[in-house]
Design a protein around this ligand. Structure first.
Ligand SMILES: [Fe+2]
Ligand SMILES: [Fe+2]
Length: 434
């Protein structure tokens, strides 16, 4: 009995000593975490409060089989090093000297130092870890996957118009994170007024935290991004144009800029058509901000009347745009009578955060809804599935399409619209455009 009492007392004393020691260590760690500023603080990740000086990013601008583009922003001028490597060995680095935002206001020039780098000579289909470091700080370690060389599967999200209400944008991003996708496309209108540099952090970079460090976000520029160069400085990798294409397994995707001041619509449309026509991918996608088929909102018919026959001739399967704040999926539009070409599905996905426009129902809508959302595509070889996810997490639209020998299945095409009918309908509505 007494031995038992003694041992339980000593156990209690022992436990108290451990508790005191734990508290002491906790306080010491707490001081370290609060104090910060130590370049090699080994506990920074344990507290989840890395010793970072990044004011934007890191943000993946593009990931390809053999290279990746990243950006981040600091508020101090010093150079940074981005360490990276496979299998958690950060054994390589690129050095980066920042650009100041010369086109911005004086206050911005002093505080915003934008870094953009390419990581070269990567291996396809491999996980890479990376960490940004700079004078007196190091950021967290993040991981991305390079595009596999031979895969017939891909999963991705398309959405648009995420501007102006960051809390709604953030709620959607939290749902997106759970979907584990390979890439994201944003169809533009990222901020209320892109010429105001201070809007880019709260409206675009901050809501995308937790996603854009590991998954590339490709963008089709929107009219709200502005024309003073902020968009290009922040989000276009060195050596890339505003309009660009990329491949992932069975998908070829082209993002086109149809909004920058001074661009000629017909030249941009020709770019989209030429890019799709040159690809032999099984599934071809295009995104640009101002839609070619849209009734309600801004009533857009960008590229009319040449866009519809041109995109069909080039074999495009899906065109996703934004600009009008709604979800609008049209019945597939058939190739012109007697001509070869694809059946094109046009979707307006402008519900990423901004206020929503009312729906103007018409017989050509397959589904149309006034609801914040994003489109989730899942492609496995010949089979494409799309679930459109509403802000509450539920599925608001669902399609399954099979493509065999270049043709979509008859069930999906049963509701197809003759192209002439769609062009005539657009013509009668063109006067309602903003
Ligand atoms: Fe918009
Ligand atoms: Fe817009």
């Amino acid at each position: 009995m007494s031995i038992s009492r003694l041992s339980s007392r000593s156990r209690i004393l022992h436990s108290l000593s451990i508790l005191r020691l734990a508290c002491l260590i906790g306080i010491m760690f707490g001081i370290l975490a609060i104090k910060g500023g130590c370049a090699t603080n080994p506990f920074s990740d344990m507290f989840g409060k890395e010793d970072t000086r990044l004011t934007k990013g890191p943000f993946l601008l593009g990931v390809y089989p053999g290279r990746a583009a990243l950006m981040w922003e600091t508020e101090t001028e010093g150079p940074c090093k981005l360490y990276y490597g496979k299998e958690q060995k950060l054994d390589k680095y690129v050095e980066s000297v920042p650009e100041t935002n010369q086109s911005g206001e004086e206050a911005v020039k002093k505080l915003a130092f934008i870094h953009k780098v390419w990581l070269e000579d990567l291996e396809p289909g491999r996980f890479y870890d990376y960490r940004v470091t700079g004078p007196g700080f190091e950021d967290k370690i993040y991981r991305f996957l390079t595009v596999p060389e031979n895969t017939d599967q891909v999963r991705f999200i398309v959405y648009g118009d995420s501007r102006s209400r960051p809390s709604v944008h953030r709620r959607l991003v939290e749902l997106m994170i759970k979907k584990k996708v390979d890439f994201v496309v944003n169809c533009g209108d990222l901020v209320t007024k892109g010429d105001k540099y201070e809007q880019w952090g709260p409206q675009f970079f901050e809501p995308l935290k937790g996603l854009a460090e590991s998954v590339p976000v490709y963008i089709a520029k929107g009219n709200h991004e502005g024309n003073n160069g902020n968009y290009e400085k922040l989000l276009i990798p060195k050596g890339q144009e505003n309009s660009f294409g990329f491949d992932y397994g069975p998908v070829h995707y082209f993002c086109a800029d149809n909004v920058t001041e001074g661009l000629k619509d017909e030249v941009q449309l020709e770019l989209v058509i030429a890019d799709a026509g040159a690809s032999d991918a099984k599934w071809k996608f295009a995104s640009y901000h101002v839609p070619s088929v849209n009734f309600g909102g801004h009533w857009s018919a960008w590229g009319y009347p040449d866009a519809l026959p041109g995109l069909s001739k080039a074999g495009v399967d899906f065109v996703l745009a934004g600009h009008s704040h709604m979800y609008e999926r049209f019945r597939p539009v058939a190739p012109p009578d007697g001509a070869d070409g694809s059946y094109v599905t046009y979707i307006t996905s402008g519900g990423g955060g901004v206020f929503m426009h009312s729906i103007k129902p018409n017989v050509y809508h397959a589904v149309a809804m006034k609801k914040h959302h994003f489109c989730l595509f899942d492609i496995k070889g010949d089979k494409l599935t799309m679930d459109t996810i509403g802000i509450d997490g539920g599925v608001i639209d669902h399609i399954e399409v099979i493509k065999n020998a270049g043709s979509l299945d008859k069930k999906y095409l049963r509701s197809a619209i003759p192209m002439k009918e769609m062009l005539d309908f657009q013509k009668t509505n063109l006067d309602k455009q903003d």
